[in-house]
Write a protein that binds this ligand. Structure first.
Ligand SMILES: Cc1ncc(COP(=O)(O)O)c(C=O)c1O
Length: 405
């Protein structure tokens, strides 16, 4: 991680660091600019196109003059589409003033933390986790409390570990299934066990980040916390968006359902920062969410095939052991068997970051090291990448690991 604090900048930036994914992105660009053929398995961004009906809806919205300042909390059309989606997928009912639309789920998370966290408040974050939770928590003056979720429990949070992490200062618990970076999914029974703990601690709010809810490979439907335990509904913020499900990362549309007062506070933060969200983006999101859903199932089947290919290829590499996750488009292989070894180029691998840097320099494959997500020695690979690049990447990782001594 790179420190972004500079003289003249606010002290709060001392607490924030540049994310490892962004740092890796800069290195990839530099190598590509120098003419190298780099395979990047870094970004959590679908390689598919946005559905044509969504693009058409944005076009039509612009043509009919839907180009003025939008309401700060979301257009009525999109909030109604969000209502329908929560009802359809989870049987959850939210009134229009219990829904907020933001510039991506990322802004939803920032609004929520900014609106609620006072200096020193604690945010319980199961790790491995998406780096943004810890960075944002620090930025708003909170204290991340990291709870390890080891692989022997499928990278899922255990009720006893949650219980031990909660203090009188706990403000939030961040839940994220299917998970970035592990792809882990919690079952209804596992969520119910976590809910039992949470019911004993009424001061704790829960953010259920369901960004990958539709990228789910088991037959069972993905259940979210507020649906599993309705008694937690009034202190749960259920977050989702169109970025991953509909390959719409660039449209910047995310949304949440939650208690009215929290939504109002989050809306106030957003109103001061960015005001509303692009009108044409919101029109596109309505079309994607209300339109034909076959494309989602087709892409999920493709991701599933890629997952199996990547897991098998990694498990054939000496020193790497990879689980087979149930959701999202990431794998999080254990590379303990590579630590302490030396690469063909003479680099000693003491850490997973050493592995990621050496792999990039010697084989031109970019991925993110586990420490950036709070657990070592692991790697995160995104398989939201075309099959030819994945095959090339896997061949190079095999060559790299076979050469370790
Ligand atoms: C777990 C998780 N939540 C939220 C987001 C943000 O999504 P959006 O593109 O809607 O801001 C991401 C993006 O990588 C993510 O991995």
């Amino acid at each position: 991680m790179v420190d972004i604090a500079r003289p003249g900048l606010a002290r709060r930036l001392d607490r924030a660091k540049t994310a490892a994914v962004a740092t890796m992105g800069i290195k990839v660009r530099a190598l590509r600019d120098a003419g190298h053929d780099v395979v990047s398995l870094v970004l959590g961004e679908p390689d598919f196109a946005t559905p044509a009906n969504a693009i058409e809806a944005a076009h039509q919205a612009a043509l009919r003059g839907d180009t003025k300042y939008p309401p700060y909390d979301g257009t009525r059309a999109l909030k109604e589409a969000v209502q329908r989606q929560f009802r359809r997928d989870h049987g959850l009912e939210y009134a229009l003033d219990e829904i907020l639309v933001s510039n991506g789920a990322k802004q939803i998370l920032f609004n929520a933390l900014m609106a609620t966290v006072n200096e020193g408040d604690e945010v319980v974050i199961p790790v491995p986790c998406w780096f943004a939770y810890t960075l944002m928590t620090r930025l708003v003056g909170g204290e991340p409390v990291l709870v390890s979720c080891p692989q022997n429990n499928g990278f899922r949070l255990r009720p006893e570990d949650l219980e031990a992490a909660i203090t009188p200062r706990t403000k939030w618990l961040m839940l994220n299934y299917p998970n970035n970076p592990t792809g882990a999914v919690a079952s209804r029974a596992e969520l119910a066990a976590l809910a039992e703990v949470l019911l004993r601690h009424p001061h704790v709010w829960i953010l259920s980040d369901d960004m990958y809810e539709h990228l789910y490979y088991s037959e069972e439907r993905y259940a979210t916390l507020a649906e599993v335990e309705p008694r937690l509904r009034d202190r749960t913020l259920t977050v989702s968006g169109v970025s991953k499900t509909y390959a719409m990362t660039g449209w910047r549309i995310g949304f949440a359902g939650g208690p009215k007062d929290l939504i109002r506070g989050m809306g106030a933060v957003q109103g001061h920062a960015t005001a509303g969200v692009s009108t044409v983006g919101q029109a596109a999101a309505v079309a994607a969410m209300d339109g034909p859903q076959e494309g989602v199932a087709e892409r999920t089947a493709i991701y599933r095939r890629r997952r199996d290919y990547v897991v098998d290829a990694l498990n054939a590499c000496p020193g790497i052991s990879c689980h087979r996750p149930e959701g999202a488009f990431y794998v999080f292989p254990d590379i303990a068997g590579c630590i302490g070894k030396t690469t063909a180029g003479g680099r000693l691998l003491n850490t997973d970051e050493d592995f990621a840097n050496a792999l990039l320099e010697e084989q031109h494959v970019a991925l993110t090291h586990g420490a950036a997500f709070g657990m070592s020695p692991y790697l995160r690979l995104s398989y939201a990448t075309d099959e030819a690049s994945l095959a090339k990447g896997m061949e190079r990782i095999a060559a790299f690991t076979h050469a370790l001594r």
